[in-house]
Structures are given as structure tokens and as C-alpha cells.
Design a protein around this ligand. Structure first.
Ligand code: OFO
Length: 163
């Protein structure tokens, strides 16, 4: 059974994962209309993954006797300054999510909720991968100029597949 504090922080995370999904969906749409099909595909997939994270949390909260609440999500930006700027934002956002997961871990220890502490480890590991992936993309992007973005756009697909 979840205590109120844990239920509350997990519900806040539902909102954050749902917003992440909307954010990446909006980025995907922007990339698509600007001709970056590969980048758009990567972001659409990322948006789907974030929705899965949200569902995972909803499932756990309800399974443990809580009530998962689906909130309204704030509207993500529709326009990006540039591809580089957009991926800087992706990395910043993932770092923010990692911090948020860490806060859940800390609260679990404080509240002696070792079941949720164990369960949330999946997210801890996932965030290591997501930050590394975003950093890898940024490293590649910072070596490119605008004209080589086309090559990068095709390249990003294989980058996702190879981890
Ligand atoms: Fe990006 O992993 Fe969920 O939020």
C-alpha cells in the first residue's frame, strides 16, 4: 500500500512523463514539417516511450492501492530555433527528469517504502541511457554544419537502433 506522500510524488511523475511525451511529439512535428524525417522518426519514437513511462507509473500506483490521476499537460513549444537547440533542450529535459526520479528515490528511503524504492530503479537505469543517448546526439550535432544536417538526419536512425 502506498502512503500519501509516495502516491503524490508518483502522480507528479505521471504528469512529467506525460509532458515529456507531448514535448517530444511537438518536436517531432516541427522536425517533420521542416524536412527532417529521420529526426522526426526518432522523436516520435521517443514520445511513445515517454507515454509508456507514464503508463508504467499509472499501472504501479493503481496496483499498490493508490489512484493514478491523469492531469492536463501544458502546451509544449511548437517552434524550435534550430535542430541543435532542440537537442540541447532534450538533454536539459532528461537531466531534469533524472533529478525528479532521484527525488522519488530519496523520498522512498525517507518513508521506508522499499517496494517502491526497488520498483523505481528501472527508471534510474532508463535515465542513464536517455541522458547518454541525448548527449551522443548532441556530440554528433556539434561537429556538423547546417549543410551536413541531411546526413545526420539519416544517421540518427541507426544511432537509435545501435543504442
Ligand atoms: Fe525520458 O524518460 Fe521518461 O521521462
Amino acid at each position: 500500500m502506498l502512503n500519501n506522500k509516495i502516491e503524490k510524488i508518483l502522480n507528479e511523475q505521471v504528469e512529467k512523463e506525460g509532458y515529456s511525451s507531448s514535448l517530444y511529439l511537438a518536436m517531432a512535428s516541427w522536425a517533420e514539417v521542416n524536412g527532417y524525417a529521420g529526426i522526426a522518426a526518432w522523436l516520435y519514437k521517443q514520445s511513445d516511450e515517454e507515454r509508456q513511462h507514464m503508463l508504467k507509473l499509472i499501472g504501479y500506483i493503481n496496483e499498490r492501492g493508490g489512484h493514478a490521476i491523469v492531469p492536463a499537460f501544458k502546451e509544449p513549444p511548437a517552434i524550435q530555433k534550430s535542430v541543435l537547440n532542440m537537442f540541447e533542450e532534450v538533454l536539459r529535459h532528461e537531466q531534469y527528469i533524472s533529478q525528479s526520479i532521484n527525488e522519488i528515490v530519496a523520498l522512498c528511503l525517507e518513508e521506508k517504502d522499499f517496494t517502491t524504492h526497488n520498483w523505481i530503479q528501472w527508471f534510474v537505469t532508463e535515465q542513464i541511457e536517455e541522458e547518454a543517448q541525448s548527449q551522443k546526439i548532441l556530440d554528433k550535432l556539434s561537429m556538423l554544419n547546417e549543410s551536413s544536417l541531411y546526413v545526420f538526419d539519416r544517421d540518427i536512425m541507426s544511432l537509435r537502433n545501435n543504442g
